[in-house]
Design a binder for this molecule. Structure first.
Ligand code: SF4
Ligand code: SF4
Length: 256
């Protein structure tokens, strides 16, 4: 194990207060044998302290094709009927009534809906864990299995999770679930195992219209960093003060 990995493990273990933790913790966090093979970047040279990740979604671009949901399921072996990311269809009537659906998380696209609903506007909203800075999910975990990495990614250590589901209840965005196969809390990791290899999250790579963008706020000239600085970005449910690291462009006021 090289110096950087030791440093990362030390950071993680000191966060947990588990100074006796073994290398297995690190392997689990990196996704073990699931590391993507299509990268030339050197994961050995990766230093978490050099990065601060952020995610951006342009709702004006999303076409509801569901490629992102499919890619995520494939990349992260997400069990059927569970989602680490999903897409919602919003229909807002002239009277301001809001109708939301997300059949199969939008994984297979959205069939047309014919109803008496007087649609004034309609659009898609991709969602995922917001990797909040103020995290109710981390606060309620009784065993410290949920934590922030130095890069701002919210993770779950399956080696410590007892599957109590408190974090699932605490997340106001519905971003977590109990994995029926591992019996642990599960959620988006921003494809952390890909990031250390210099790759984008699978959902970002799969989006055919660039509605999803991923960036590093510690990198000068980063497109997402510039976008956050220059555009009118919004976050989901800002009144909750969770300080999401997932930013939206063109977000309608009717979105919850
Ligand atoms: S979206 Fe939910 S699971 Fe993700 S960091 Fe925020 S509170 Fe936690
Ligand atoms: S892949 Fe892109 S366009 Fe398709 S549903 Fe996902 S975010 Fe929207």
């Amino acid at each position: 194990m090289n110096k950087d990995r030791r440093r990362f493990l030390k950071l993680l273990t000191s966060y947990f207060g588990l100074l006796a933790a073994k290398d297995g913790v690190y392997v689990r966090l990196l996704g073990g044998e699931n590391l993507s093979q299509d990268s030339t970047a050197d994961a050995e040279a990766y230093n978490p302290e050099d990065h601060l990740y952020a995610y951006a979604i342009d709702t004006r671009k999303c076409i509801g094709c569901g490629m992102c949901v499919k890619a995520d399921r494939l990349e992260n072996k997400v069990p059927p009927k569970n989602f680490r990311t999903w897409v919602e269809r919003y229909r807002i009537s002239e009277a301001g009534d809001v109708d939301i659906d997300s059949p199969s998380g939008g994984e297979n696209g959205f069939p047309p809906r014919v109803s008496g609903f007087n649609v004034a506007k309609a659009f898609f909203v991709p969602k995922l864990c917001n990797h909040c800075r103020h995290t109710p999910c981390i606060q309620v975990c009784p065993v410290g299995a949920s934590f922030h990495t130095p890069e701002g990614v919210v993770m779950v250590d399956s080696g410590w999770c007892i599957g109590c589901g408190y974090c699932v209840q605490a997340c106001p965005y519905g971003s977590r679930f109990i994995n029926p196969e591992t019996h642990c809390a599960d959620k988006c990791t921003l494809c952390y195992h890909r990031l250390v290899k210099g790759l984008q999250p699978a959902c970002v790579q799969a989006c055919p219209v660039g509605a999803r963008q991923f960036g590093d706020l510690k990198r000068a000239g980063d497109p997402v960093r510039q976008l956050i600085a220059r555009e009118r970005v919004m976050v989901l449910q800002p009144t909750l003060l969770t300080k999401p690291n997932c930013y939206y462009l063109g977000l309608d006021q009717g979105v919850r």
